[in-house]
Design a protein around this ligand. Structure first.
Ligand code: V47
Ligand code: SF4
Length: 390
């Protein structure tokens, strides 16, 4: 049986019958169950997990590894919530808070004039006073400067409060933002959906149902989105599987998620700083199991500013096919929480080299995965004539 599924001989001796059965499912393109996912999480055979995840990745994307040219706007870190893992937020009037004016945000966008950026990612704290029209004007002003740019903005957590403040239903609020120019939603705010964990780490903000409803409504209105999972804190493997189950079910209904992004908990400067961070084995397992379980989400993203360049390269052999973008040192969320990258920015040639050195094919994409540049057959040194960020 193993011969027919093509599993490398070197792993056969280590596999129990249950793992062989799961491998059969993967190679026969059958969906795995929650119990299967748990068994994979509990296996310490990292090579085996990588081989299964890599087979799926190659089936879906070959060796293509996607990135884009993007920057972030974090309009404010003032937030009405106090999630226990968060190092970024400040209460109103607390030292270290910022609140950019619309003019300052326009200046941030103008810094990219003449640069071939395709996406701006807007995410921030949940401000006590700002509603749909304020953020709508922000989008309009960004697009007045860069009509070509894709605006991926606002987590479901921000949107819930924004819509309530503007006395709009989810559908009304999303349609209004779409009319202002919003193109897609990022995946943040999902954290861990299981109530036993959510109640301990972010009790008061948008519930799991709120998050799922907002993304489902967005998909129905033609607004695609990403989805995330914050792992490596107080949750167990069971909670990760439960979380991914909610996403897989929603995706079966709508098909609106582009990418799943596991976000590794970083432990500096928060109420959970006493927790030890999980190791790289756990990171790679999480990528592999999510690639195997989420059969209906096309892409799996490793967010390089958070896990660093080395783990990002290795993750490409554990199911990951997307590494986000150039970022240009425009986000503080992770550096404040102790991520590997204190000033995250990579030029396009650096991203290309990172992917090529890991043995994969670098592809510049737009937010919706349309191909902009295939660097696979171009020698790295030839790419320096392509305009870069810095
Ligand atoms: O929801 C906050 C996470 C998220 C910490 O859609 C932390 O392409 C680790 O969602 N350690 C916001 N993570 C960012 C986000 C995102 C990032 C990159 C790409 C995309 C996308 C979305 O950041 C929050 C939370 O889960 N976060 N604090 C921390 N200490
Ligand atoms: Fe606010 Fe988001 Fe931080 Fe929670 S994770 S405190 S909602 S900024």
């Amino acid at each position: 049986m193993l011969e027919s599924i093509g599993l490398s001989a070197r792993y056969r001796g280590n596999l129990d019958a249950n793992l062989i059965r799961i491998a059969d499912k993967v190679y026969n393109e059958e969906r795995i169950t929650n119990e299967d996912a748990l068994a994979l999480f509990q296996s310490n055979n990292l090579g085996f997990l990588g081989e299964l995840a890599h087979a799926i990745r190659v089936r879906k994307h070959g060796l293509n590894t996607y990135f884009n040219r993007n920057f972030h706007i974090e309009p404010t870190n003032i937030c009405i919530y106090t999630c226990s893992f968060c190092a970024f937020a400040r209460r109103p009037d607390e030292e270290g808070g910022w609140e950019y004016t619309l003019e300052q945000i326009e200046d941030q966008v103008r810094q990219y004039n003449g640069k071939p950026i395709t996406e701006v990612h807007i995410v921030g704290g949940v401000h006590p006073k700002r509603g749909v029209d304020y953020y709508g004007e922000m989008i309009q002003r960004i697009k007045a400067i860069r009509p070509d740019i894709h605006v991926k903005g606002f987590t479901a957590v921000e949107l819930k409060v924004m819509f309530a403040r503007s006395r709009m239903s989810i559908e009304e609020g999303l349609l209004a933002l779409k009319a202002y120019g919003l193109d897609s939603l990022p995946g943040g705010g999902a954290e861990i959906f299981h109530p036993d964990i959510r109640s301990q780490i972010c009790d008061t903000k948008a519930s799991s149902d709120n998050w799922l409803q907002i993304h489902e409504a967005a998909h129905t209105l033609g607004i695609p989105s990403n989805c995330t999972m914050l792992y490596g804190h107080i949750e167990q493997h069971e909670h990760r599987v439960h979380h991914m189950e909610q996403l897989r079910n929603l995706q079966d209904r709508t098909g609106g998620f582009n990418t799943f992004i596991p976000l590794k908990f970083r432990n500096e400067n928060s109420d959970l700083s006493h927790l030890k961070e999980v190791n790289m084995i756990e990171d790679l397992k999480t990528y592999a199991v999510s690639r195997i379980y989420l059969d209906n989400i096309a892409h799996l993203k490793a967010y390089w500013p958070m896990i660093g360049r080395d783990t990002t390269q290795i993750s490409l052999s554990f199911g990951v096919d997307d590494i986000d973008g150039t970022i240009d040192d425009s986000t503080k969320i992770y550096s404040m929480a102790g991520s590997e990258e204190k000033n995250p920015a990579m030029t396009t040639p650096e991203l290309i080299r990172l992917v090529k050195d890991a043995g994969f094919r670098p592809i510049e994409r737009d937010t919706l995965y349309n191909i902009i540049n295939d660097f696979g057959d171009k020698d790295f040194t030839e790419t320096v004539d392509i305009p870069v960020l810095s």
